[in-house]
Design a binder for this molecule. Structure first.
Ligand SMILES: [Zn+2]
Length: 117
């Protein structure tokens, strides 16, 4: 999965194409994500103890992760992400457009650390 929770993403396919939003939830197994304000549906709810008024409830439904691209915080463009090892052997995601790091994805491992002379 190229997307993580709290990423800002741009929807590039589907009915909400062009909408920007924050990632609220991830379902890695299904390859789906929930993005704030994207794929909103109205759920009709009956009167109940918890919801004495009943009525319509607006909520976001999951969309395929392949329908979005990450928006880079550095360059502001939509971009693919890459993964690379840093000097200390930890792994991070990075922006393929400007090369800025976008946070760690794995802790440091000696085997991947650059050996110093
Ligand atoms: Zn960038």
């Amino acid at each position: 999965m190229h997307i993580k929770k709290n990423d800002t993403v741009l929807v590039i396919a589907g009915k909400d194409s062009g909408v920007r939003g924050k990632v609220l939830r991830i379902n890695a197994k299904a390859g789906k994500i929930v993005v704030e304000g994207v794929n909103r549906v109205y759920k009709h709810v009956r009167r109940s103890q918890r919801n004495p008024q009943g009525g319509r409830l607006s909520k976001e439904m999951p969309i395929p992760a392949s329908n979005v691209m990450l928006v880079c915080q550095k360059c502001g463009k939509r971009t693919r992400t890459g993964a690379r090892y840093l000097e200390d052997g930890s792994k991070e995601r990075f922006c393929r457009k400007c090369g800025a790091g976008i946070g760690p994805i794995a802790p440091a491992r000696q085997a991947y650390a650059k050996k110093r002379p």
